[in-house]
Design a protein around this ligand. Structure first.
Ligand code: TMP
Ligand code: MG
Ligand code: ZN
Length: 174
């Protein structure tokens, strides 16, 4: 988290949209932090349609030539086939998501999406402890690492999560 994924998504969708203005951006309805927008932690935002699942996305995207998908980790596995089908039918598909959950395990359908993607850009955040490059997200409950038995999906931001490097990441109780 806090690595600029949504920022990158917005820029890429905007660039692709100059040549093909029929652009659709979606977010899973699980994440209602920004209403009908995708937004960066710095405040850049664009309108986005909340969708319940990958099937709803497939239906909505029929007439779009550029499809942006944010927070892909919250979608069901069906997103992989839907993304492939959209790309196969000539649409430009740009997806942003969090690769690892707070336990540092692959998050939802992200591993499969990373495999089928033609291009992958892995971003790093800045460790909120030491300032080094951070690839992990620490979930904190009362200031302590969340136990591994916690739910995988807990929508939130800096009130719950910190970007951490390998040295500063702490394993929660198993
Ligand atoms: P962000 O990467 O765009 O900042 O947002 C990631 C979202 O994923 C945020 O709502 C918190 C959520 N999340 C989980 O649900 N479980 C997790 O284990 C982690 C690390 C994040
Ligand atoms: Mg985001
Ligand atoms: Zn660190």
């Amino acid at each position: 988290m806090f690595s600029g994924k949504t920022h990158e998504l917005i820029l890429r969708v905007a660039k692709a949209g100059y040549a093909a203005p029929a652009t659709l951006v979606v977010v899973p309805s699980t994440d209602r932090r920004n209403g009908a927008h995708v937004a960066t932690h710095l405040g850049l935002q664009v309108p986005a349609t909340p969708v319940d699942d990958a099937a709803a996305l497939a239906h909505l995207a029929r007439t779009s030539s550029v499809v942006g998908i944010d927070e892909a980790q919250f979608f069901d596995d069906a997103l992989v086939d839907v993304a492939l089908h959209l790309a196969d039918s000539g649409k430009r598909v740009i997806i942003s998501g969090l690769d690892l959950d707070f336990r540092r395990r692959p998050f939802g359908c992200m591993p499969q999406l990373l495999c089928v993607a033609a291009h992958v850009q892995k971003l790093q955040a800045v460790c909120q402890h030491c300032g080094d490059a951070a690839s992990f997200t620490q979930r904190l409950v009362d200031g302590r690492p969340a136990p591994h038995t916690d739910a995988t999906i807990v929508v939130g931001s800096s009130e719950l999560y910190e970007a951490r490097c390998r040295t500063c990441y702490s394993q929660g109780a198993p």
